[in-house]
Design a protein around this ligand. Structure first.
Ligand code: NAP
Ligand code: GDD
Length: 326
């Protein structure tokens, strides 16, 4: 018998992939979204009717308590966050309230309503920041480099603390960057694949980026949400690095993306200092051995397949937009 799952951040990239996976597993899936004056359910197209959507906000404790009382979830996936690193410098307090304290609000709601609810916390490789060892594992010390990273460190430790203080089943997934055609357009991978599609189809001339030498361990979001689910199916809660174990630079991502459509990045990519950050995370590389051994988790999609999939999907979307516009 599958249970009842509640996903905060259902409207985001991971919310969409996780909801699909849980529906396939036979769960009753509920999602929390914050009130907006415009439509934000676009990523759930095709299966939205199979999910029950509720309004709620990580900034509003009462909304979380009410939601847990109403939905009675067996598993809660806390994916909601202010997740864009540059915004965390322009809105550091909002980021702390949402991405940091928001986790305490969820944990408190669980404690108050039903301490048997299993909780997944969306922790991040950004916590490693200025990396203290390579590759990064579950025991690598944190050194966050942005208000977002600092807030995620708080969210990580409050999850561990509530597990140890109140015996909650609360687990952290320390997820390295994961991407997909549903990735937000402001993140570098999607900005690149959208730019490549627009340049190829003649509706954009240049692609302006920041630090091309930054290195990330990029995987496919569809693979990474499977690890989230596996973490809540274990006998004991714990903390897991989820990564591919392979690293590439932003420049390499660009080379493959432009190469997919037979273009050279040198002809189209420009550098704009506006996209540099006050403090950069230069390099991230994860060691997912624990997830492999204890969860049996393996990524399926390679880096090249990921880049190609994103370019191809963006080309189809931009073609549709051009048709609609003409
Ligand atoms: P995303 O696409 O930016 O989605 C974030 C979600 O949080 C959206 O549904 C957003 O709602 C919601 N949200 C923001 N503020 C909220 C609030 N105050 N109350 C309720 N909901 C709120 O992020 P993602 O890529 O899916 O990532 C999911 C989680 O994993 C995030 O916590 C992120 O920090 C973390 N993470 C992501 C990665 C990655 O590479 N993708 C890696 C490590 C960790 P709106 O649609 O209304 O904005
Ligand atoms: N966004 C962006 N835009 N990044 C750029 C650009 C640009 O024009 N040019 C270069 N970069 C570099 C950034 O400086 C950074 O080093 C790297 O590309 C990746 O940036 P993002 O795609 O914005 O992701 P991120 O690594 O900062 O954060 C993402 O991954 C984290 C996990 O490590 C987010 O999804 C976070 O929410 C997540 O926790």
């Amino acid at each position: 018998m599958s249970g009842t799952a509640l996903i905060t951040g259902i409207t985001g990239q991971d919310g969409a992939y996780l909801a699909q996976l849980l529906l396939e597993q036979g769960y009753q899936v509920h999602g929390m979204m914050r009130r907006s004056s415009t439509e934000t359910l676009g990523r759930l197209a095709g299966f939205q009717d199979d999910i029950t959507i509720h309004q709620g906000d990580l900034l509003d404790q009462l909304s979380l308590v009410r939601l847990l009382e109403e939905v009675k979830p067996t598993e809660l996936y806390n994916l909601a966050a202010q997740s864009f690193v540059p915004t965390s410098w322009s809105q550091p307090i909002l980021t702390g309230e949402t991405t940091g304290l928001g986790v305490t609000r969820v944990l408190e709601a669980i404690r108050q309503v039903d301490p048997s609810i299993r909780m997944y916390q969306a922790s991040s490789s950004e916590m490693f920041g200025k990396v203290q060892q390579t590759p990064q594992t579950e025991t690598t010390p944190f050194y966050p480099r942005s208000p977002y990273g600092v807030a995620k460190v708080y969210g990580y430790w409050i999850t561990v603390n509530y597990r140890e203080s109140y015996d909650l089943f609360a687990s952290n997934g320390i997820l390295f960057n994961h991407e997909s055609p549903l990735r937000g357009l402001e993140f570098v991978t999607r900005k690149i694949t959208d730019g490549v599609a627009r340049i190829k189809l003649g509706v954009q001339d240049k692609l302006l980026l920041g630090n091309l030498e930054a290195k990330r361990d990029w995987g496919f979001a569809g693979d990474f949400v499977r690890a989230m689910w596996l973490m809540l199916q274990t006998d004991e809660p714990g903390d897991y690095v989820v990564a591919t174990g392979e690293q590439h630079s932003v420049r390499e991502f660009c080379e493959i993306a432009f190469g997919t459509v037979d273009l050279n990045l040198e002809d189209y990519v420009g550098i704009d200092p506006r996209f540099y950050r006050p403090a950069e995370v230069e390099t991230l590389l994860g060691d997912p051995s624990k997830a492999r051994h204890e969860l049996g988790w393996e990524p399926q999609v390679t880096f090249e397949q990921l880049v190609t999939m994103m370019v191809e999907e963006d080309i189809k979307r931009v073609e549709r937009e051009i048709k609609l516009g003409s």
